[in-house]
Design a protein around this ligand. Structure first.
Ligand SMILES: Nc1ncnc2c1ncn2[C@@H]1O[C@H](COP(=O)(O)OP(=O)(O)OP(=O)(O)O)[C@@H](O)[C@H]1O
Length: 615
């Protein structure tokens, strides 16, 4: 699920001016997600104030109880004891109620904020361009959606609640310490800088090692994800030991880092508890002398000890909350970075209305490069005009740029030079939604989504009637095999459609495109060998799909090439030949060579097995 974190993981906050101001702006941004839940937050804080305040009453009452009752040995008047214990019970009950309300309200706010954040992040991801996805690992993106948002969730829901309650306890506790005994307070508070110092120094190292644990687990997970999704390849190569080794190495690294973290946590726990209890011992020693001298009542000393313990525990937990906040800031940095990612396909400020599309497609002086090889554009000087309803076959050697050309039409990439027009309008002047609503894509690798057959077809036009779905399936030669399934259209296709055969998947994808009814069709014919009956069914469905639409077909089949109104022959990103089958055959050159090679292979599939395909 998680991949190795990208280089951006250094977004974790750093001490110092710029880091601190970035932390602050991140915190502000994070809190902006809490704004819709302000009432929840305010009521939650109010509950926190009440429950923490009530908890602070307990040590004082306890001290009073000791002075009023326990020290009066032999007294039969138990009324003060009864009253105080009743009050204590009442206070504990009230504090518990308010504490529960506080925990629920703040957790609810945290869960809501995080759900909003996840939704915003996912919706935003869907707007980004293929260029972005080519540069980021899926595992890294899903890890931000799950692990990073999860880290923020822990902090927003639990640590935030604790931060409020502990802060109240700390401030109240320190005031009450001074009220109880100013001298003892000074003595006790001298330890606090030591506690904070230890927590911060060791805490920082724990955070570093925690990050190593996370990184190592993320890396191991990325390996596991790859091995599991490619389990057939792993098994067919009997490569299980290699994968076990790879995963084992990652897990060993995470184990070592986890051990180091456990050591540091052990040391921190020991030092903290020694400091806390050591301070209490000193207080007991000094306070005991004051009691003996009659400067302090025993009850007050006990109250003081309780307050000191409360303050000590609060300081320790505040330091751990501080560390959690630091982690959450790092994680939210990774999230905001994605949210700030802008698509490199800007939407026009005032999109032109597209209206009813006839399907004319014009390439004018189009050049295009992916940007990583500036000197070598992938496509150069493309000039052609395709009339509505024409079938254009794209042929050419592997790597010539056929797929790239086709992906410019739905604006998966923007042209580097020139213009690409649909019905005479530059695609960059159209709203992406309008443009893509008119384009149907049937890729070589058919991708179905987990869900039922019907849901997959409906993807083409959500809200279509069952009758429309069935008509589309019929036209795609898919109806009969779907009907033959025990669950019919409700058959679950499995992840990526794994439960269907290759030919069945293709026909469902064709039905989906038919239901969408686009004016322009982009088709990458599958090269995977289907048996001839299945291939004939797919071919027949495709032909029906293409009728009346402008179709660009990355052609692998002779029949498509022959039927095409026009054939564009690409070589190294340029159209080197353009014409009908007959014209190009007569002209000789690359097309004729490719055609004859494929023709020979179709006659005798074994003869040219080692040769590249025409398309
Ligand atoms: N996302 C990408 N980023 C960078 N370069 C790419 C990308 N996709 C393709 N290329 C490069 O662009 C060139 C054209 O690739 P393209 O996939 O368009 O060729 P093709 O003619 O469709 O090949 P094939 O018939 O083998 O599918 C190749 O050199 C390829 O390496």
């Amino acid at each position: 699920m998680f991949s190795r974190p990208g280089p951006i993981s250094s977004a974790a906050s750093t001490p110092g001016g710029r880091g601190a101001s970035r932390d602050f702006s991140q915190l502000r941004r994070l809190t902006s997600y809490a704004r819709p839940y302000l009432p929840l937050l305010l009521i939650g804080i109010a509950c926190t104030l009440v429950s923490s305040g009530l908890n602070l009453v307990f040590p004082g009452l306890f001290g009073r109880l000791i002075d009023a009752s326990f020290l009066k040995v032999g007294s039969t008047d138990t009324a003060p004891l009864d009253r105080t214990v009743l009050m204590l019970l009442g206070i504990f009950a009230l504090a518990a109620c308010f504490g529960a309300a506080q925990s629920y309200l703040l957790s609810r706010m945290g869960a809501s904020v995080v759900a909003d954040l996840r939704r915003a992040l996912f919706s935003h991801l869907l707007t980004l361009s293929p260029r972005f996805f080519a540069a980021h690992k899926t595992g890294d993106l899903t890890s931000r959606l799950t692990a990073d948002v999860g880290t923020v969730q822990t902090v927003v829901s639990t640590a935030l609640a604790q931060l409020f309650s502990q802060s109240v306890t700390l401030v109240g506790g320190v005031i009450l310490l001074f009220v109880t005994s100013a001298r003892l307070s000074v003595l006790t508070l001298a330890v606090i800088p030591l506690v904070i110092g230890t927590a911060i120094t060791i805490g920082r190292r724990i955070r570093r090692v925690s990050r190593q644990v996370q990184d190592a687990i993320a890396a191991a997970n990325a390996d596991a994800e790859e091995a599991i999704s490619g389990v057939r390849v792993v098994q067919s190569f009997t490569a299980e030991p290699i994968e076990q080794d790879r995963y084992g190495t990652g897990i060993r690294a995470s184990f070592r880092a986890a051990l180091a973290r456990a050591q540091l946590q052990g040391i921190m726990g020991g030092v903290m508890s020694f400091l806390t209890f050591g301070a209490l011992a000193v207080v007991l020693w000094y306070g005991g002398r004051q009691v003996m001298a009659g400067d302090l009542t025993p009850g007050k000393l006990i109250s003081f000890l309780f307050y000191a313990m409360q303050v000590g525990i609060t300081v320790a937990s505040l330091t751990s909350i501080f560390n959690q906040f630091q982690e959450a800031l790092g994680a939210s940095g990774r999230i905001f970075e994605l949210l700030d990612e802008r698509s490199d396909l800007p939407e026009p400020a005032r999109p032109h209305a597209l209206g009813t599309v006839s399907g004319r497609v014009t390439f004018q002086d189009v050049s295009f490069g992916y940007g990583d090889r500036d000197d070598l554009p992938t496509l150069s000087d493309l000039n052609f005009d395709v009339q509505p309803g024409q079938l254009v076959a794209l042929v050419g050697p592997s790597g010539a740029g056929k797929t790239t050309l086709v992906s410019l039409i739905p604006r998966f990439y923007d042209v580097s030079h020139g213009t690409l027009q649909i019905d005479g309008q530059d695609v960059r002047d159209l709203a992406l939604r309008d443009l893509r609503a008119n384009i149907g894509l049937v890729p070589q690798e058919t991708l179905l989504f987990s869900g039922t057959v019907a849901e997959n077809i409906l993807y083409g036009r959500p809200g279509a009637s069952l009758q429309d779905v069935q008509d589309a399936a019929r036209a795609a030669n898919a109806h009969d095999f779907i009907r033959a399934f025990p669950q019919g259209y409700d058959t679950v296709v499995g992840e990526k459609g794994i439960k269907l055969s290759g030919g069945q998947r293709q026909r469902v994808a064709i039905a989906r495109a038919i239901l969408k009814n686009p004016r322009i069709l982009l088709l990458d014919e599958a090269t995977s060998s289907l048996d001839s009956e299945s291939e004939a069914l797919v071919q027949d469905a495709l032909e029906r799909l293409m009728v009346g639409r402008t179709s660009f077909v990355i052609a692998h089949r002779l029949s498509t090439i022959r039927n095409a109104t026009r054939i564009l022959v690409l070589e190294a990103g340029r159209v080197v030949q353009d014409g009908t089958h007959d014209e190009l055959m007569a002209a000789g050159g690359l097309y004729r060579g490719l055609y004859e090679m494929q023709f020979r292979r179709e006659q005798d599939p074994h003869a040219e097995a080692a040769q590249p395909t025409p398309a």
